[in-house]
Write a protein that binds this ligand. Sequence first.
Ligand SMILES: [Zn+2]
Length: 153
Amino acid sequence: MKDKLDALEICPKCGSDACYKTPLNENKNRYTCFGCGFYTTDLMVQGEFDFESYEETLPELFKDMKTSDHNGNVWYPMTINLPEKGTVFPMGKSISDWEWASVRVKEVSDEEKEKFKIPGSKESYNYKTDMSTLQKYNRNDFIEALDYIGFFE
Ligand SMILES: [Zn+2]
């Protein structure tokens, strides 16, 4: 993670200096902002991208929260899922009523292994979401929400 954080630049959406740029191909990039918790790509431009298809599988809240920057790029909130650590996702009813939710995992015990079989496999998951650890974070505290699940460790 430390290496990744060296490639940070200014986020065109929120203005923080925690926007991480990763190449999609030779001239298109993906932008993942740890400041606001949103992402976009150079393909996700108003009038050029098929947002309808893209949004087919997105929860209503994510569609409600999407926003454009001054370049016409469309940003969506992120869901971060680290199977051995936890998940960070936006939780709420609408654009005016949401927070970042952060939830840790715990180890699946030997007795529970049967219950947590990986579909189509003899193996079981080693970790499960532990909802008792759920913490909510302010909209500006995406990094704190990531830190809670040990994202930067
Ligand atoms: Zn941002």
